[in-house]
Design a protein around this ligand. Structure first.
Ligand code: NZQ
Ligand code: ZN
Length: 385
C-alpha cells in the first residue's frame, strides 16, 4: 500500500427533512449568499425551505449557474459578494452549483486574475470563503471533496482545481430532494459515481485490501440499485443508497494509499467542452474503450474486477477481460446511457480537435503511470467511435 495523508473535514447531515438543520449549521448572524442553478431549486420548493431555515439572517440569492459552470457567470457572483459584504456561501444544487461555489469561494480572496486558480489547478489558492451545501443531485461527490470543475466559455477550456481550502463546511444530503430529478440525470449520477470508483480502482494492485473491497462494494451497490432508482423514482431507500454511494465514491476514502487513473475524466471533459455532452455520458463513452486499449497494463485489476464485481470465473484470461468490459458497457446502456461517440453524432473527423484541446491543457501524460500520451488518447477515442 502507498503512503497517504487523509483529512476530510466536511460535516455530513444525511436523511429526510434535514434542510431545517441549516439553522444550526450556518453561523448565526452570517450574511449569506445562496447560489443555485436554473429553475429546479425554485420549482421544487427547496429554495423556499432553505430561506425559511435561515431565519432572520441576511440572505442574497445568485441563480443561473449553468450545468458545467462557467467562469464568466461565476465571476458575477464574486462581484456581488464584494459589493454586498457577504461572508457565507450556501450552494443549493448538484455538482455544477457546488463546484461553482468552490470556485467563487476561492476567487473572492484571490488578488490576481481568478482564472489562474484553474490554470494552476488550485496551487495559488491560499484561502477561501466558508460554504455549505444542500445537495439535490447525487453524482459528483463534490459535496464532500475538495475538487471543482469550471469551464471558460470563451475558450472552451474545462479545467479542474483542487484545494484543501474548498472542502464544504457541511453538506445536507436529503434523498427525497432527488425525487424531482429527470431520469436521465439519475442515470448520469449512477454512471458518474461508477466511473469515479473505477478511476481509483482500475489501475494496478498495491495490496490495498480495504480500498479494493470498499471500491468493489460501491460498484456492486450501484449495479444493484441502478435499475431500481430508474424504475421507482420515489423509492426512498434506493435513492438514499445512491446518494451515499455517490458521496463515498469520491470523498478521498477509496483513493487513500492506491494509484489513481483519471484519464477517462480528462478526455471526457474535452468532449463536454467541445460538444456539450453531459459529463457522465462522456465517461460512458470513454471508460469501456479506455479499458480495452489499456487491457495489458490493467490486466491484474481487470481480472479481479471480473471475478469480484461481475462474478466472471469461466473462460481464459482474455475472455474474462472481454466479458468484464462488455458487462460494464451493457450496464451503462441498461441505464439508458449510450456508450459510443456515434450515438452522439461524433465521428472520426472530430478526434483531432479533442487531441488538440488535450495538448493545449497539458493532458499529455495521463493515467496511473503517466503513460496515456496524446497517441494513446487518440487510440482510446478511436476505440469509442
Ligand atoms: O440548473 P437546474 O435547474 O437546477 O437543473 C439541474 C441541471 O440542469 C438539474 N437538477 C439538479 N438537481 C435537481 C435537478 N432537476 C430536478 N430536481 C433536482 N433535484 O440537473 C441538471 C444537471 O445538474 P449538474 O449540477 O450539472 O449535474 P451534476 O451533479 O452531474 O454535475 C456535473 C458537473 O460536475 C462536474 C462535472 O464536470 C460537471 O461540470 N464534476 C465535478 C466533480 C467534483 N467536483 O469532484 C467530479 C466529477 O467527475 C465531475 O467532473
Ligand atoms: Zn465524474
Amino acid at each position: 500500500m502507498q503512503n497517504f495523508d487523509l483529512h476530510n473535514p466536511t460535516h455530513i447531515v444525511f436523511g429526510k427533512e434535514t434542510v431545517g438543520r441549516l439553522n444550526d449549521l450556518v453561523p448565526a448572524g452570517a450574511r449569506v449568499l445562496i447560489l443555485y442553478g436554473g429553475e429546479s431549486a425554485r420549482r421544487t420548493g427547496t429554495l423556499d425551505e432553505v430561506r425559511a431555515a435561515l431565519g432572520d439572517r441576511a440572505v442574497v440569492e445568485f441563480g443561473g449557474i449553468e450545468p458545467n459552470p462557467s467562469y464568466e457567470t461565476l465571476m458575477r457572483a464574486v462581484e456581488m459578494i464584494h459589493r454586498q459584504g457577504l461572508n457565507f456561501l450556501l450552494a443549493v444544487g448538484g455538482g455544477s452549483v457546488i463546484d461553482g461555489t468552490k470556485f467563487v469561494a476561492a476567487a473572492v480572496h484571490y488578488k490576481g486574475d481568478a482564472w489562474d486558480i484553474m490554470e494552476t489547478h488550485g496551487a495559488v489558492v491560499e484561502q477561501a470563503m466558508p460554504f455549505g451545501c444542500v445537495l439535490t443531485l447525487p453524482a459528483t461527490g463534490s459535496e464532500m471533496n475538495k475538487g471543482s470543475v469550471v469551464t471558460k466559455a470563451a475558450t472552451k477550456a474545462k479545467l479542474v482545481f483542487a484545494s484543501d481550502h474548498v472542502y464544504p463546511r457541511f453538506s445536507i444530503l436529503d434523498p427525497t430532494k432527488t425525487y424531482s430529478l429527470p431520469l436521465p440525470q439519475v442515470a448520469n449520477g449512477v454512471v458518474d459515481a461508477f466511473t469515479h470508483v473505477m478511476e481509483q480502482y482500475m489501475t494496478y494492485p498495491v495490496d490495498g485490501r480495504v480500498q479494493d473491497r470498499f471500491a468493489e462494494g460501491l460498484l456492486q451497490t450501484l449495479i444493484e440499485i441502478g435499475p431500481r432508482v430508474l424504475a421507482e423514482s420515489d423509492n426512498y431507500d434506493a435513492r438514499a443508497n445512491l446518494m451515499w454511494t455517490a458521496t463515498m465514491a469520491l470523498n478521498g476514502l477509496i483513493a487513500a494509499g492506491v494509484p489513481e487513473d483519471w484519464s477517462t475524466h480528462m478526455i471526457g471533459h474535452e468532449l463536454t467542452a467541445l460538444h456539450g455532452i453531459d459529463h457522465a455520458r462522456t465517461l460512458a463513452i470513454v471508460l469501456p474503450a479506455n479499458m480495452q486499449v489499456r487491457r495489458e497494463a490493467k490486466r491484474d485489476k481487470l481480472l479481479q474486477y471480473a471475478e469480484r464485481v461481475w462474478d466472471i470465473t469461466e473462460g481464459d484470461v482474455e475472455q474474462r477481460i472481454d466479458a468484464a468490459i462488455g458487462h460494464t458497457r451493457a450496464f451503462f446502456e441498461s441505464m439508458g446511457v449510450p456508450t459510443r461517440l456515434r450515438d452522439y453524432d461524433i465521428g472520426a473527423k472530430h478526434i483531432d480537435a479533442v487531441i488538440q484541446q488535450l495538448e493545449a491543457h497539458g493532458m499529455t501524460a495521463l493515467g496511473e503511470r503517466g503513460d496515456v500520451t496524446l497517441a494513446q488518447s487518440r487510440r482510446i477515442l478511436e476505440a469509442s467511435l
